[in-house]
Design a protein around this ligand. Sequence first.
Ligand code: NHF
Length: 475
Amino acid sequence: MRVVHVASEVAPFAQSGGLADVVSGLPAAQAETHGLEVGVIVPLYRGVASRLADAGVVLDPGGPLALQVGVHSIKASLRIARVGRVRYGFVDCAALYDRPGNLYGPGGAGEWHDNHVRFGALGAAALAGAPALLGGSLDVLHCHDWQAGPAAIYARLATKPPAIVATIHNLAYRGIFPKTVMDELGLPWSTFNQHGIEFYDQVSFLKGALAAADAVTTVSPSYAQEILTPQYGEALDGFLRWDVKRLLGIVNGIDTRSWDPKTDPALPASFSRDDFANRATCRSALAQEHGLPLGDDEPLIGAIARMTGQKGLDLVAELAPELEKIGARMVVLGAGEHELETRFTYLAEKFSQHVAVRIGFDVSLARRIYGGSDLFVMPSRFEPCGLGQLYAMRYGSIPIVHAVGGLRDTVTDGSTGIQFHAPTVPALRAAIVRAVALFRDRARFTKLRRAALSRDSSWLASALEYVQLYRSLRV
Ligand code: NHF
């Protein structure tokens, strides 16, 4: 079976969030353990080629792509790399992707004015390049998030389309553009209606993809239910209820080879679920690195997240002044909204003995936080799956999570972590107080830690679920 994943990010070459981890981990598991022919098609952004070279990955020429994307004639080419058993097709088009800033805009939350063309071209390139990448016609086109929407929409127009799967990693990002892009990108007006790409008289690339797909998945069973309600449905719940016939939630896995405390070079000491005495070294090194004095009965709490309303770090900020009273210390890593970044920087200055903050995206520090913290807090208001809690458990840090979406599905209260039931300061405070008491009960906490370290978060089971879905779609 030949499968191509289309996405705007893939770790570790082009990453702004968890999507990139999934787009590298899932295809690898499908190719390695299920024997599929798997490709991944992503843009060749600025810096990707040198990151590939640093990783020792060879980038071969894969032939020119003359793309007609609506009114735009675009000259691009495919560059092919092999990563393990997966073939990567990077779409090389300097005019669209070789730019400064981040993947989606010049910086901060700003977006490029031509993102519809950038991701329209990605879709056209994916369809044109897939056969060359995999050496034959496609059986399954798997599109991730709104940026891969045009791929699904264009594929649906083909005389013999492959099976199309669309995965929602976060419904809050719907890829909305003015309806002028219909003609500009050559999208068929027949789809501009409430059952198709139209969204309040505009265009939603994500909605277009969901309408074009044979099956829609999202990244946890609970989120698959939640998005059918007005509370979490981002004004698409009605459409999801009525127009999407096959919707299922498959929980994300993580790459347990790269994320292994036994071999992780980012950690100052290695440990495993069978022997985690060395974890104490990681803990004191983390506290020291951040200038936090740390007593034996004070847990070190980690928090790593994009600083956006979704992730609920504002609730964590509210509690920072109380940490001394609660008897815990905290390390926060993240970047995002300016207001939240400033607030955390202020808190770290004012409560420097209890709160340390690093603004940024730093995978190596993230690994040290997972491996050195005792508790890991995720108060997300909604969470499609969440990967932080999976990394935390894998590294023996006990997650404290708002029981929503994938957090609810992956953390078992009292066994591998702690759940709380409202994204509010009192509920979070109560959960942290409960966790601190647990931490001081050595025997119980060790049992919890062992259970967290033993949880199987690998891609094995979930990759199989996707493969079964593909099989069920093949004609
Ligand atoms: O895990 C990858 C990630 C999810 O919950 C996460 C999110 C974005 O919000 O599927 O995508």
